[in-house]
Ligand binder design. Structure first.
Ligand code: UDX
Length: 466
């Protein structure tokens, strides 16, 4: 059993703390936000993350997990101190705001009374390990302490964070002090995952490169989707056909409305910024970001086109299904729904919206007079001219299309269904009376060319020649 302190109780900090406690360690989760710690002590989680509540409850009850705002208490006796605070994008800029990390490093150093390893868990610009080490050594109250800094980037996907922690594809550790990295590696041994030990800069870069690569896959398939729309291919089948190639893999190839969330947008931007500052123009990363931003517009363009042109959204009522940046989370950071709702409101449309868990988050962005929040999908679509499926909540797979169609308004051509996540079979939705648009489902729009096999006695007959 090791003594661990985790600074920061956001997604990363809470999951890290609860999961290490569940592995049998004694963990103190620290946050400077008094209200948050009070809620956690009362057993209330500040975030929605499947499985986390059970872990927190079980380990708090077993005395392995505690919550505090007191650095002296949390750091005392800790062998490992994880920094898992926010590194948001600097307001109006592209670089990471390191002020929370710097403050945490200073507080840890002044309260530390024993040798310890400090582990950077938050995503930090390449070179931050050195920065944290410098700050810590400058502020140590006991200068003779042996303190090493290790970078240990997180690869937790929201909604699956507990599973991702417990079954990681790999654990990355970077340090100038290899022995310290080995000690951190021991914490992860029960997970039986491959462990990569490298230098600080490389570990930090592995995190950025991984996220940028995944974001690139998404923008790549979204660009292919746009080409599919024009050429008459179906991107869903294209992605499936590509994914069987093990060099490509079948993950992160769902064309849709682009990536959102707290990581991809921020990390791709930060990596491009670091490259820029170092004197390199990051052409691919810039394209990835541009494609992602444009992709959100696709839903609105398709909707407006079907409803009669660019100005046609005025006074129309549109249902937005899904607000979170993806399923299984109430997080709306950089969510495609935000741009989509903004554009709908700007265009003069009335917006009705539903999300299984993110309505409370959305209400902080759009008060009730701007967006009408509804109880379920059918209530949302009531009286609407069009519906946009924005978030990939699994429950939307089970939509009763007939019921949805019945409650919608639509003109003589029927209501419009924009399937921003390619959940449905175009023909099936059209059969229900909708005007359907997916993302890159060119097949649905393909002109019905009749491929006829010419009879043997008339070999020269070509379809369309008669
Ligand atoms: C991501 C990484 O997966 C994780 O390893 C890292 O630590 C943090 O960033 P997360 O932001 O939680 O995790 O979500 P993820 O499931 O990766 O999805 C990100 C965004 O991409 C979502 O908006 C999702 O809708 C979108 N996406 C994902 C697609 O558009 N297509 C896909 O094929 C996959």
């Amino acid at each position: 059993m090791k003594n661990i302190c985790v600074v920061g109780t956001g997604y990363v900090g809470l999951v890290t703390g609860a999961c290490f406690a569940n592995l049998g360690n004694r963990v103190a989760c620290l946050d400077i936000d008094d209200a948050k710690i009070k809620r956690l002590r009362a057993g209330e989680l500040p975030i929605y993350e499947p499985g986390l509540d059970t872990l927190v409850e079980r380990n708090t009850r077993a005395g392995r997990l505690r919550f505090t705002t007191d650095y002296a208490e949390a750091v005392a006796g800790a062998d490992f101190i994880f920094i898992a605070v926010n590194t948001p994008t600097i307001a109006g800029g592209a670089g990471a705001d390191m002020s929370y990390v710097e403050a945490a490093a200073r507080s840890i150093a002044t309260h530390l009374r024993n040798d310890a390893v400090i582990i950077n868990k938050s995503t930090m610009p390449v070179g931050s390990g050195d920065l944290v080490s410098t700050i810590v050594h400058e502020h140590l109250t006991i200068p003779t302490l042996n303190v090493a800094v290790v970078s240990n980037p997180e690869f937790l996907s929201e909604g699956f964070a507990v599973r991702d922690f417990q079954h990681p594809d790999r654990v990355v550790l970077g340090s100038v002090d290899r022995a310290a990295a080995q000690r951190v590696a021991e914490l992860y041994l029960p997970l039986r995952a491959p462990i990569v030990i490298t230098d600080l800069y490389t570990a930090e870069m592995i995190k950025y490169a991984s996220n940028a690569f995944l974001a690139t896959k998404i923008s790549f398939i979204n660009e292919i989707a746009r080409i599919c729309d024009l050429l008459g291919a179906d991107v869903k089948e294209v992605a499936a056909g590509m994914g069987y190639d093990q060099r490509i893999g079948n993950k992160m190839l769902n064309a849709g409305l682009g990536y959102g969330g707290s990581c991809f947008p921020k990390d791709v931007k930060a990596l491009a910024h670091m490259a820029d500052e170092a004197g390199l123009h990051p052409q691919l990363l810039d394209a990835v970001m541009k494609i992602n931003q444009d992709q959100r517009r696709v839903a609105i363009e398709k909707l407006a086109m079907e409803l009669g042109g660019p100005d046609s959204l005025r006074d129309k009522t549109i249902a937005v299904l899904g607000l979170a940046f993806k399923d299984n989370t109430d997080d709306m950071r950089e969510a495609p729904a935000i741009d989509i709702i903004n554009w709908l409101i700007e265009a003069g449309a009335e917006v009705r919206a539903y999300d299984p868990v993110a309505v409370e988050t959305a209400q902080k962005l759009y008060p009730d007079w701007q967006v009408t929040y509804c109880e379920n999908e059918y209530d949302t679509a009531r009286g609407c001219d069009g519906v946009i499926l924005v978030t990939e909540w699994k429950q939307f797979h089970d939509l009763d299309l007939e019921r949805l169609h019945d409650v919608m308004r639509g003109d003589e051509k029927g209501p419009v269904f924009i399937d921003g996540r390619n959940f449905f079979d175009p023909a099936q939705v059209e059969q229900m009376g909708f005007r359907y648009h997916g993302i890159g489902r060119g097949k649905a729009r393909r002109k019905s060319v009749q491929h006829r096999t010419a009879p043997a006695e008339q070999p020269s007959t070509v379809p369309g020649e008669r």
